[in-house]
Design a binder for this molecule. Structure first.
Ligand code: SAM
Length: 287
């Protein structure tokens, strides 16, 4: 049980590029806590200087997180409040903090999120891929074999797939996406909230071509989003090629809404899902 004399751990989201994205609440909390646990104190020191703050900092990263739990727990027990921040975005999202939060919650400490920037949410919000269901996979394995194995395991998922990727591996990952998931629509969100923010759209092969002709597009930070698999047929309809059926209707001039309604009735599944799929096919068929 929490008691009011104990401190609070605030899990504070910080900008992913644009400092204006730091919320007034986040700035206030960072100024009010006794201690800031930061992934990289030098990096976060720049943010604190920008805010005119000189709050004591302590490093908390994947190699010392478990060892920090007792120390931070004692500070909270003594009444100090602490903010947890990472280098960018929301802590715990492909960033340190999970072990700390799990352990402090198990000890009954008060943990309060201060929400804000998160690259995957920013990317999805502007990509134009279905967001009703998505599967965030963080970083794919660094080695080709592991990466392709993971992608093959994801090939049947109908949800939009979301990955983080670094500039060192963006080309290899796009190539593997093409090999394992085929000709699906991808959206590559680069340098979100920064000067060179770009959204590129196309199949993996088209995006690789784009990166080859304009190498600047391979620089910076990336969120890769991939259209989910076409909805599965079941039972009697297993022999029907759903994409071919939808494509044929679209080619005959049937509207996306009607295509979705017919597909849901004939093949089963949600109209909304078929609508999203028909939209992808329609866009793909346009020159
Ligand atoms: N905690 C962060 C969040 O809330 O998004 C993610 C941290 S993770 C270590 C870093 C990765 O997030 C980058 O390699 C990139 O894939 C993605 N990312 C972070 N900032 C980004 C940005 N401004 N534009 C695109 N992707 C970004």
């Amino acid at each position: 049980m929490s008691d009011s004399s104990m401190g609070t751990l605030y899990v504070v989201a910080t900008p992913i590029g644009n400092l204006e994205d730091l919320s007034p609440r986040a700035a206030r909390v960072l100024g009010e806590v006794a201690l800031i646990a930061a992934e990289d104190t030098r990096h976060s020191g720049r943010l604190l200087r920008h805010l005119g703050l000189s709050v004591p900092m302590l490093s908390l990263h994947e190699h010392n997180e478990a060892a920090r739990v007792a120390q931070l727990d004692a500070r909270l027990a003594g009444g100090d409040s602490i903010a947890l921040i990472s280098d960018a975005g929301t802590p715990l999202i492909s960033d340190p903090g999970f072990v700390l939060v799990r352990e402090l919650r198990a000890r009954g400490r008060r943990i309060v999120p201060v929400p804000g920037p998160c690259a995957l949410v920013a990317a999805l919000s502007a990509a134009g891929l279905p967001t009703d269901r998505f599967l965030f996979q963080g970083f794919l394995p660094a080695k080709g074999g592991g990466r392709r194995g993971r992608l093959e395991a994801l090939a049947g998922h109908e949800e939009t797939l979301v990955f983080y990727e670094s500039p060192h591996r963006i080309r290899d990952t796009l190539a593997d996406l093409g090999t394992c998931l085929g000709d699906r629509r991808l959206v590559l969100a680069r340098e979100l909230t920064k000067t060179f923010e770009t959204f590129l759209d196309g199949t993996a092969a088209e995006l690789l071509e784009r990166l080859a002709t304009d190498p600047d597009q391979a620089r910076g930070e990336f969120v890769i989003m991939v259209a989910g698999a076409a909805p599965r047929d079941d039972g009697d309809t297993a022999a029907v090629d759903a994409d071919a059926l939808l494509g044929a209707m679209l080619a005959e001039g049937v509207g996306v809404k009607q295509v979705a309604a017919v597909a849901a009735r004939v093949l089963g599944g949600a109209k909304k899902t078929w609508y999203a799929r028909a939209l992808v096919l329609k866009e793909r068929s346009q020159p």
